[in-house]
Design a protein around this ligand. Sequence first.
Ligand code: FES
Length: 106
Amino acid sequence: MGDMIRLCSIDEVKVGEKRRFKLKDLGVEVLLVRLEDGFYAMENRCPHAGCPLSFYGEVREGNKLQCNCHGAVFDLRDGRVIEGPAQSPLRTYKVTIFNNEVFVEI
Ligand code: FES
């Protein structure tokens, strides 16, 4: 099990929004997305060519995240590639809600 890192309180990100968190100590940037059914966390870096998903990522219907750099589409629940050009999955992180706070396991 990795470290549990607090990102924010649940009220800070509304349904349909995404927000970037820089975890400097770990050298990781996390993108947190809130959908109707909960929060999803992933690396803020497209595995295709490294574009930041906080800028290029667009949440689409059906739990999809499209990287508008070159058009790759991922399932943001598990990071799998739905459409290329990306070949490898998006790295995702387990989210836990505790006392109205959002934590990710890194
Ligand atoms: S960097 Fe995301 S699709 Fe190319």
